[in-house]
Design a protein around this ligand. Structure first.
Ligand SMILES: Nc1ncnc2c1ncn2[C@@H]1O[C@H](COP(=O)(O)OP(=O)(O)OP(=O)(O)O)[C@@H](O)[C@H]1O
Length: 308
């Protein structure tokens, strides 16, 4: 359904591409994770799928959604694409909603042009029901400040579902929520996926959270995919030292041990382009050959050590 092929995105005045020749697929009804630390290029990848890259970015490669080329779509085509084929669920629901607009108006606006004001208003009520909000008739008349963070995230999910998209792009959809509400929202996404048969690209820095919902995972580091595979396999036997580091840094995984060892150091910013493997400066297994050339992704992993 979604095919990203050798996508590269370079922002102005930077030393390396923010997205560096990544290839990624999501099949219909599949949930795929995109995992990595802050700044690795995850959100930019999601924005690329929506055709929302900065105007001054240099872009190469291809993004196809059901065969249609996203990077060359017309503005009207992109508007349709963002409602009916790929819709985004943003991280912070309060930032996605205007404090001055009623919930019902926010939802109805998405479909008003296509189906008319009256039908859009009743569809807003149906959508709130679909995402499990109680008393939807009352909710449509409320303003965002009258709802909790978890309820607002349900409204944002309802908005993404308005056009019955084939793919949901969920960018850290639970980061702004407490742990209990986080579990409820993950439960809702799982339930919706089963009922509506929507595919999902689930973006998170939390590998364990990805494991609770994703069939497959791509691990991203400094703009590149460093490892990919079935979630179960990646968890049981991570092959890239970065994946192992991410797992070891997950508090819930190492709950029985002492404090989780964080990966020492920080990812490179866009103004530096370490030669070879971008993880080499932080890697506990670094060898001379690691900085000579970037290891290609072979058999799901981009690491010289994994090939030995
Ligand atoms: N519009 C922009 N202009 C300049 N730099 C940008 C822009 N958007 C993203 N970047 C940079 O591109 C890199 C990748 O950003 P991106 O938001 O995709 O990372 P991320 O993995 O989603 O991180 P986070 O989890 O913090 O959102 C970062 O270094 C970021 O600062």
């Amino acid at each position: 359904m979604l095919e990203i092929d050798e996508l590269a995105v370079r922002l102005p005045r930077t030393a390396r591409p923010a997205i560096d020749h990544i290839s990624l697929t999501v099949a219909a009804n599949e949930t795929v994770g995109l995992v990595g630390e802050s700044g690795s290029g995850k959100s930019l990848t999601a924005r690329a799928v929506l055709g929302l890259l900065p105007k001054d970015a240099q872009i190469s490669g291809e993004i196809r959604m059901d065969g249609a080329d996203v990077l060359t779509m017309s503005p009207a085509g992109l508007r349709r694409h963002r409602t009916h084929s790929a819709a985004m669920i943003y991280q912070d629901p309060r930032a996605a909603l205007s404090p001055f607009r009623r919930i019902g108006d926010f939802l109805a606006e998405i479909l008003r042009e296509e189906i008319g004001a009256k039908a859009a208003r009743s569809r807003a009520v149906e959508l709130l029901e679909l995402v499990g909000l109680s008393e939807p008739e009352r909710r449509v008349r409320q303003y965002p400040h009258e709802l909790s963070g978890g309820m607002l995230q349900r409204v944002v999910i309802a908005a993404a579902l308005a056009g019955e998209p084939r793919l949901l792009l969920a960018d850290e959809p639970t980061t702004a929520l407490d742990v209990t509400t986080q579990a409820e929202i993950i439960g809702l996404l799982r339930d919706l996926r089963a009922r509506m048969r929507t595919g999902m690209l689930f973006i998170t820095h939390d590998l364990e959270l990805a494991a609770t919902i994703c069939d497959r995972v791509y691990v991203m580091y400094a703009g590149r995919i460093v490892e990919t595979g079935l979630t179960r396999r990646l968890f049981a036997e991570p092959r890239h030292p970065y994946t192992s580091g991410l797992l070891a840094a997950t508090p819930r995984v190492s709950a029985l041990g002492t404090l989780p060892p964080a990966i020492p150091g920080r990812p490179p910013d866009l103004l530096s382009a370490p030669p070879g493997c971008r993880f080499a400066p932080r890697c506990p297994h670094v060898m001379d050959s690691c900085t000579a050339a970037a290891p290609p992704l072979v058999d799901g992993v981009a690491c010289v050590k994994a090939e030995l």
